[in-house]
Write a protein that binds this ligand. Structure first.
Ligand code: ARG
Length: 496
């Protein structure tokens, strides 16, 4: 099975979703009492080791390395175009960056304690490899515009992966719908049996939810896909750096228009987390339903054994761990949304270090949702439907009570009156512990003389389902129309 990691796209393969511990191959070049960085500026003391650890974002932002290097490669070209780098210098930097990238990809990059984040680590190592020309890379750029560029590149990739995983889950539901058009189940409101519906109709409800999720993903992508480099630390930069050229190289259709906003905007992170939270909300509702349906009390479905666990003590147990965990992880993703909203609410313009707190919630939520989608697509494909139990459930009880009221309406009885007559019949059955379908014509006529022979024929679950024939209704004709439309829509999306 695939992991939650998205598949690589174009020239930008993905770093591990869970970064390895940075200390795994740590090597500190700093000497006691000597500032460990070349760029300490006005500072006279080296960063205290406690502060080095406290402020470091490397353990989580190293997964941005592919995007960081991609951004730097484009920046090098723009620096050459602006005549800040000679051709030879640009070539040396590009070769150096490619070597750094290989080291990172192959897990042999020598991290230093003094590396505050992935941006500093790459630049330090680049300079070690190519010499003083490495110091030219950061011309006209700040980590403030660099980090938001990286994050936008990361999101552009991951939102596209998200979109295709959502579609895959939609396809899994559609497959189950195709198989179970003629399986009629009790539809519920208030978790009380209400009216019969086709099981295909039930599955297609999830396809609809996921479609709205995907529309939100695509919409978010529009605001993510804007190029911030050139904003500098906050005010822009002093060089003739062609921002449109960088945007073209990195395939961004638009540029940020205000440098203050460019470095401090994290709306797109909040928005993504909102979108992810809603996806999890949908998956959590599905989870709740699967836990119920797989219970002995319902027994509507069998979850695949490979997706359940036994109990260490109770040999009869088959626990629905996957749905339970998806439901549980939903809380975590909601927490991440609240976390970014709270981080952002107190920040004056423009960049503040608080913004470093945007990454962990985002990465964790993205990984969780991507993985949940993969696991659910597999689980839904393998879900076994207990047709016998479902048809018994749909055939018993008073699922057809509304049908009978509608029968009376067809005979000219006002709906409210019909509702009252059928209510009496329901009470009559309950008092006599009698099944609804055992009502005789005499029983019906005792409740209303408007009932005649054809009333009993009206009372079939298939009839009840197929009479809901408007757009959106559960009639098998309508559901088939919807399934065909989804098939065409999802096939088209596969090609793009
Ligand atoms: N690690 C920082 C972050 O994630 C990068 C930007 C740091 N900028 C600064 N001026 N200290 O936000």
């Amino acid at each position: 099975m695939n992991s939650g990691k998205p598949t690589p796209r174009r020239s930008c393969p993905k770093a591990d979703t869970q970064p390895q511990s940075v200390s795994a191959n740590h090597r500190s070049p700093s000497k006691k009492g000597v500032p460990s960085k070349a760029w300490t500026g006005r500072l006279t003391e080296p960063t205290h080791e406690l502060v080095e650890r406290f402020t470091s974002s490397l353990p989580f932002d190293r997964q941005l390395f592919e995007y960081d290097i991609l951004g730097s490669l484009a920046h090098c070209q723009a620096l050459e175009k602006a005549k800040i780098l000679t051709r030879a210098e640009r070539r040396a930097l590009v070769r150096g960056l490619e070597r750094v990238r290989d080291e990172l990809r192959e897990n042999r990059f020598p991290f230093a304690d003094s590396d505050e984040d992935i941006h500093m680590a790459v630049e330090r190592r680049l300079t070690e490899l190519v010499g003083p020309v490495g110091g030219k890379l950061h011309t006209g750029r700040s980590r403030n515009d660099q980090v938001t560029l990286d994050l936008r590149l990361y999101l552009r990739d991951h939102l596209q992966t998200l979109e295709s995983r959502i579609q895959d889950l939609q396809r899994a539901f559609l497959g189950q719908a195709r198989e179970h058009l003629n399986v009629i189940i009790p539809g519920y409101t208030h978790l009380q049996r209400a009216q019969p519906v086709s099981l295909a109709h039930h599955f297609l409800a999830y396809v609809e939810m996921l479609e709205r999720d995907n529309a939100r993903v695509r919409d978010t992508l529009k605001r993510v896909n804007v190029m911030p480099l050139g904003s500098g630390a906050l005010a822009g930069n002093n060089y003739p750096i062609d921002r449109a050229f960088i945007a073209k190289l990195l395939e961004f259709p638009a540029l940020t228009r205000n440098s203050l906003d460019g470095v401090s905007d994290r709306d797109y992170v909040a928005e993504t987390l909102g979108v992810l939270a809603i996806i999890m909300m949908h998956l959590s509702r599905l989870s709740e339903e699967l836990v119920l349906w797989a219970s002995s009390e319902f027994s509507f479905v069998d979850l695949p054994d490979g997706f359940c666990t036994g109990s260490s003590m109770l040999p009869q147990k088959k626990n629905p761990d996957v749905p339970e965990l998806v439901r549980g992880k939903t809380g975590r993703v909601y927490g991440h949304l609240l976390s970014i909203m709270t981080t952002l609410k107190g920040l004056p313009l423009s960049y503040n270090r608080d913004l470093q707190e945007d990454k962990e919630p985002l990465f964790d939520a993205m990984g969780t949702v991507l993985e949940s989608l993969v696991v659910y697509a597999e689980l839904i494909r393998r879900l076994r439907i207990r047709r016998d139990v479902l048809s018994a459930a749909a055939g018993s009880g008073v699922l057809l009570a509304t049908e009978l009221a509608d029968y009376l309406v067809n005979k000219g009885v006002p709906f409210r009156e019909a509702h009252g007559i059928v209510g009496q019949l329901v009470r009559y059955c309950i008092e006599r512990r009698m099944e609804w379908h055992n009502l005789s014509l005499a029983d019906l006529r005792a409740a209303s003389p408007r009932f005649s022979k054809d009333a009993l024929r009206f009372l079939t679950i298939e009839g009840a389902v197929d009479r809901k024939a408007q757009t959106g209704g559960t009639s098998r004709k309508q559901v088939t129309r919807q399934m065909n439309a989804w098939e065409a829509r999802l096939a088209k999306k596969l090609k793009t």
